[in-house]
Design a protein around this ligand. Structure first.
Ligand code: F6R
Length: 235
């Protein structure tokens, strides 16, 4: 495990973007596993700047995102498809047909099977970017009795609904269910890049990286990953 402690969010974003950029430069045909949420926004901004300046070419890249809310069309402003378009895809040259997220409006069971098969057909993920929830979730793999291997539908925890309500008008509008990549695809990624920012993530990050490996703290499974880089900001 490699830990990079950046002083603040801006430095964390630059350092994380640097790791992703190096991945794309060394392997222009990379399959990038991408995340939404507040933490990676600054890194996406930096990648867009490097692309705009002509220093970073995404034309050979394929992306697979971690998760999507059930019931939201990709055009819905709170959908993760919309988030990715706005924060990254509209600003770089990843071919549109090579950007993948689970569909929130398809039949959940069929969509989970399709998404799992898609990731496998791509040969798995070269680098997976992750944030961490206050409850230790990665993707929407919520705390529970077991690690789930495959893409699956989840009922979001009260804590996650509360945390994500900031993106909606009210907590009532946060979808209760989501589809998420499972731990299998995440752990099989050749490299994992975990970003976490702010003192409110310090405790859960410490439990994830130094505590017991348990599905009650889903991110703790990353202790077993052979190529994990953690970039923190202000922690
Ligand atoms: C998002 C995702 C989530 C977030 C996590 C942290 O695609 O999979 O696991 O990474 O909830 O979110 P932020 O960055 O908003 O604190």
């Amino acid at each position: 495990m490699k830990i990079v402690r950046a002083a603040d969010y801006e430095e964390m974003s630059r350092r994380a973007a640097g790791v992703i950029a190096a991945q794309v430069i060394l392997n222009p045909a990379s399959v990038l596993g991408l995340a939404t949420g507040g933490t990676p926004v600054g890194a996406y901004e930096q990648l867009a700047i490097w692309h705009k300046n002509g220093d970073l070419d995404f034309s050979g890249v394929t992306s697979v995102n971690l998760d999507e809310y059930c019931g939201l069309e990709g055009t819905h402003p709170q959908s993760y498809r919309y988030f990715m378009q706005k924060n990254l895809f509209d600003h770089v040259n990843i071919p549109a047909e090579n950007t993948h997220l689970p569909s929130g409006t398809a039949d959940p069971a069929a969509e989970c099977a399709r998404y799992e098969a898609l990731i496998n057909s791509l040969g798995g993920i070269d680098m997976q970017l992750l944030g961490i929830g206050h409850n230790g979730h990665i993707g929407f793999n919520e705390p529970g009795p077991a690690f789930e291997r495959d893409t699956h539908a989840v009922t979001l925890s009260a804590e996650t609904i509360h945390a994500n309500a900031r993106f909606f008008v009210s907590a009532d509008e946060v979808p209760r269910q989501a589809l998420t990549m499972g731990m299998g695809a995440i752990m099989k990624a050749k490299r994992v890049l975990l970003v976490a920012s702010g003192t409110e993530k310090a405790d859960i990050l410490d439990r994830a990286l130094n505590g017991p490996i348990t599905p009650e703290v889903p991110a703790s499974i990353l202790q077993l990953h052979p190529d994990l880089t953690v970039v923190t900001g202000g922690i």
